[in-house]
Write a protein that binds this ligand. Structure first.
Ligand SMILES: *Cc1c(COP(=O)(O)O)cnc(C)c1O
Length: 232
């Protein structure tokens, strides 16, 4: 009974998010098929991942290695995205299950993910996180460092350069932030035409992301509800 209720609740929330995406695509003159919705399932149980999958959301994201590694063993039939900061010593683990790692921002991490992917015999898609507010504490590579990092990913066996990712800085207009990200993406594609993914937009700013060319939206709260507080 509780499970049925949860599935119904998620279905209702998902329909509302889907309507927002469709409207944003229409407003931007883009096809809905250009945008992939990733359900951010961090802190929620593996059963929620299964609910999303059964509702057609086959891309899901986690941000902590231990929690993700645990869920991966419980649910199949989804693509696993890792959207959190990756500690270098967790790179081997993350590379063993993640299909896409979104927040790559330094050369050491590129090397560690590459060796982990090779060890696991996998190809891991990597997005370079771009810092849009110049605050290194919040993660992301400074824009001038992105081209060299992209070269490094492209040259690393086991990794596939997918594109860019960013989180809009709180203090700035999301639309302007995502417009900057789109410009960085255009620069990157000039030398790496297949690195076309732009991971941007969350529950509160997905419209601004779609307006500015995002190909992947990372949405948690609007689909699954307000997360329970993190236990550390
Ligand atoms: C948690 C998280 C999200 C989802 O944010 P919501 O506001 O819950 O939609 C997106 N991206 C990253 C990197 C996250 O850590």
């Amino acid at each position: 009974m509780a499970a049925v209720t949860r599935a119904a609740q998620v279905q209702t929330n998902l329909a509302a998010v889907e309507a927002r995406i469709v409207a944003a695509c229409q407003a931007a003159g883009r096809a809905r098929a250009e945008v992939t919705l990733i359900g951010v399932t961090k802190t929620w149980p593996a059963s929620d991942v299964a609910i999303l999958r059964d509702l057609g959301v086959v891309d899901v994201a986690e941000n902590r290695d231990q929690e993700a590694a645990d869920k991966v063993t419980q649910v199949d039939g989804v693509h696993w995205h890792f959207v959190g900061a990756v500690q270098t010593n967790k790179a081997t683990s993350v590379a063993s299950y993640a299909d896409v790692v979104h927040a790559v921002d330094r050369v050491r991490l590129v090397r560690a993910l590459g060796s982990g992917a090779q060890k696991a015999g996998r190809l891991v898609r990597v997005l370079i996180q771009v810092s849009l507010d110049g605050d290194p504490a919040r993660g992301g590579a400074a824009p001038p460092d992105v081209p060299a990092l992209a070269e490094q990913v492209a040259r690393t066996a086991g990794l596939d350069l997918g594109g860019l990712m960013a989180v809009a800085p709180l203090a700035q207009d999301a639309g302007r932030s995502f417009a900057r990200l789109a410009a960085f993406s255009a620069q990157l594609r000039a030398t790496h035409p297949t690195a076309s993914w732009i991971s941007a937009g969350m529950s509160s700013d997905l419209e601004a992301a779609v307006q500015n060319g995002a190909t992947h939206l990372r949405v948690g709260t609007a689909i699954l509800g307000v997360r329970p507080p993190l236990r550390r």
